[in-house]
Ligand binder design. Structure first.
Ligand SMILES: [Zn+2]
Length: 343
């Protein structure tokens, strides 16, 4: 027998990663529920690299040890191939099926659970939970019926807000409830910037919501919670708050009659049809003013290729890099007003 190589324990975090990537199933037979172990593909028990580790059931692991006619029944290259393919399959199925109920069996179970959950809450006369339950399964009529019943019989400020939020009627939350809830989430034992941010977002207070999120994210980074920071950053984007800020900027630009920032906001929002109609309707004004950046947008949206190419060249020629006395570089545009070559 060859000398045993030094076994280095697989760090538990790494082991968890390997098991998660393989969905705790053997990468060769893929059978669920069998006892499994983490196998070192190159047979070196001290080589604890992620790429050298494969989840195998005990049966398949035996195959890596048994010699067949020409060598091992399951050699390292084969295990590597099985492993890479299985990890890819697991990741793909997580991406595609994560939030959905996949098959009929699940749906039947879901229905059975829904009925019994409703019965339990009805027995307990827990109107709030019942309202949330019906909101969850999309029964609007019963959601609204039990929301009113819950609020009439008295609920906490937190539940009050949640129920109206689920209804999509945050405007029906009384001002004093909002005030108390904001105070509760801002200070004291229940303070939570993320919860506060969600409430403010529900109330349509976009800038306040973003501020609360960002404050929370800074706290998370200060306390070394990168997961939480990433999670709430993602939530800012996915909840439409970024779009919300651009919409506020758009409104402001329109109130001030600032065409340039109106165009920029529309560009960032990706509202191309609206942008096209804005620049078209104000073509005269844009051409008269002659701002090359506005002309560039105008010609692009008008599909005027030649004029567009000319103005892009003009901007390119005007671009200069200037360096300050203290070494700071920035870009400036110098359009010569006496240069009439483009007139
Ligand atoms: Zn197996």
């Amino acid at each position: 027998m060859p000398a045993k190589k030094n076994r280095v324990r697989i760090p538990s975090e790494l082991a968890a990663q390997v098991l998660f990537a393989a969905d705790r199933a053997c990468c060769v037979c893929r059978a669920k529920g069998k006892p499994i172990q983490i196998h070192h593909i190159d047979d070196d028990p001290s080589n604890n690299k992620f790429t050298n580790l494969a989840v195998l059931c005990l049966d398949c692991h035996d195959l890596t040890q048994i010699k067949g006619g020409f060598g091992r029944k399951l050699d390292a290259d084969q295990v590597r191939l099985y492993r890479d393919h299985w990890i890819g399959t697991v990741a793909e199925s997580r991406r595609s099926s994560a939030p959905e109920i996949s098959d009929l069996e699940d749906r039947e179970l879901e229905l059975r659970l829904a009925t019994s959950v409703a019965e339990i809450n009805l027995e307990k006369e827990d109107w709030a939970d019942l309202a949330l339950h019906y909101a969850g399964i999309g029964n609007v009529e019963l959601r609204d019926k039990y929301t009113e019943k819950a609020i009439a019989s008295g609920v906490s400020d937190e539940m009050h807000c949640l129920l109206r939020e689920e209804q999509g009627m945050p405007e029906r939350i009384p001002a004093d409830v909002i005030q108390r809830e904001i105070r509760r989430l801002s200070e004291g034992p229940h303070a939570s910037q993320a919860q506060l941010a969600r409430l403010l977002r529900t109330l349509g207070r976009t800038q306040d919501a973003v501020r609360a999120y960002v404050n929370g994210i800074i706290e998370d980074l200060d306390d070394q919670r990168p997961f939480a920071a990433a999670f709430y950053l993602k939530e800012i984007v996915q909840s439409g708050l970024v779009e919300g800020l651009f919409i506020e900027a758009l409104k402001e630009a329109r109130e001030k009659g600032d065409l340039w920032w109106e165009i920029r906001a529309l560009e960032e929002l990706g509202w191309h049809d609206e942008l096209r109609s804005v620049v078209r309707s104000r073509r005269g004004e844009i051409e008269e003013k002659g701002d090359p950046f506005q002309l560039r947008v105008l010609y692009r949206y008008e599909g005027d290729r030649e004029a567009y190419a000319d103005v892009v060249e003009l901007i390119e020629r005007a671009q200069q890099t200037v360096t300050d006395e203290d070494g700071t570089s920035y870009t400036v545009y110098r359009f010569d007003s006496d240069d009439d070559s483009d007139a």
